[in-house]
Every structure is written in C-alpha cells, then in structure tokens.
Design a protein around this ligand. Sequence first.
Ligand code: ZN
Length: 306
Amino acid sequence: MTITKRAFLTTSAAAAATLALPRRGWTQTTASIGGMEVTTLSDGNLMLPAEFIFGPMPQDELAGVLAPFDMMPDQALTPPCNVTLLRHGDNVVLFDCGAGFAFQDSAGRLGDALAAAGIDPLDVTHVVVTHGHPDHIWGMLDDFDEPLFYNAEHLMGETEFTYWMDDATVNSIGEERASFAVGAKRRLEMMEGNMTLFADGAEVLPGVTARMTPGHTPGHMSFVIADGNDALMVVGDAIGNHHVAFARPAWESGSDQDLAMGAETRTALLDQIAADNMTLIGFHLPNGGIGTAERDGEGYRFVPSA
Ligand SMILES: [Zn+2]
C-alpha cells in the first residue's frame, strides 16, 4: 500500500491578502489498494462540547489519558471530518457525504474539497452510508433541497435506514438527538426510489464488503475495501477519535447511542485491525484519517499513514 498526501488552497495567497480572507485549505490523503485508489477529502470539522464524548468516562483517569494529546477533560472538541472517496474502474464512490450547509458552520465543505480534487458532484456514481448522523448524510441535499449527487446510487444498511425512517425514533432517541432524527428522516425520504439497502456481510460494490459495527448508532456499518491481499477498513464513527477511543477503547463514550454496545464494537474492531496490521480510515481521525492501530500499554495508539 502506498500513501501520499497533498494539500490544496482554494484561495491563492495573493487573493487572500487582497481580500483579507483567511486562507482555507483542504487536504487529501491517498492510499492505493491493489488497483484501487482511496482518498480522504475534508468536510471541515465539528464543534462539540467536551461532555458529548467524555461525559460517561471515569473523570479521575481521563486527564491522564488526555495529557499526551495536549488535551484537557473540559476542553471543547473540534474533530475533523474525513469523507472517503474510492475510484475503481468507472466507479466514483463516496463513503458518507458530509454535513451539508444546515448543520454546523465549520463543516459542510465537501463541495469545495471535491472541486479542488477535480470532481463534479454529478460524476459521483455511488454514495455509501456508514450511518444516519448529520455530519455523515445531511450533505446528501444541496442548498435547494435537491439530491446533490444526482446521478449516484445511494446505498445504506437496512437496519440503519429502518431506524431513521421509523416515526417512533424522534420520540425515543432523547431530546439531545431529536433534531438528528428529524433531519435524517427528511433527507432519506427525499432519496426514496434512489436508495439501495443492504445487510451485514453484503458485497455492496466490487471489492467493498459491509460489516455491521453497531453501538454508535443501531445499524452503523463499516466497509472493508480489498483487492487481492491488500485491504483497508472504513470504520466511520465506530472508532470515533484518536485519543480515548484508541487509548481506552472499552470506556463508554457519550457519542455512542448504545454506550455498552459501542464500547464492545470498538474494542473488537481495534483488536482485529491491530492483529491484522490493517489500515483503517476514521471519519473523525486526524491527518486525513488514514492510519494504523499500534498496541500501546493497555490500549492502542493511532499512527497516521501520512
Ligand atoms: Zn460523525
């Protein structure tokens, strides 16, 4: 597997100086798997209160775990968002499609990242969904509420799709996430007739196999992309950050809907990824999100590939 990293600046230095605009940059990191090319594109980042992730964790130990990352338990979090792009033959595949314009100002930049990479949204042939959270699917629609990836077949795990389409979900998910349920249902309804559902273990596209990794959401899916002996896993939010998720995978995370199941899934995934020395791509991991998991004390350490 070969990995390269390129940085794009959409505003030239001269224009930025003239207009006094910040220079906003997008990075893309690329890995080759056999004859397949996988790239991560930045959708920007989220702004989250610390308790969204750290709330249920043992607070007496948390500071010590975070210290090597120059983080503190009460510090607001700004996780990056990495959309994975797979180019394989004629297929131009996105794994998730970012937050769109309606979620958080700091996210929803995928359109700019695609433009910088020379890809028109109409060129995208498939959108494969890990789960129904806003930062992963609200980008399905454009500013006019039309499907942005108009020519693409959209694919989603059946359990996940059914959960967000259920009228009861908005009332059972809890006040904090009620807007997630309303937003997901509205978008998925817009995609009706253009949504292919699949089950755990399905080969959703040539070389792409779905793997149920529940807990973060009820039907969260990861995807193994493989060609010959070369493989990597797109883990979405099943491994949600590079600090506590790796250092203490068994700790329950506030970002998971089912805390115990999320911890069990995360621990099993990291055990496998580390044992197989497999490359992973995490939606909220740093440095473009592509890397490996190395054993480190009682947990693991994320080692970015580029
Ligand atoms: Zn997410």
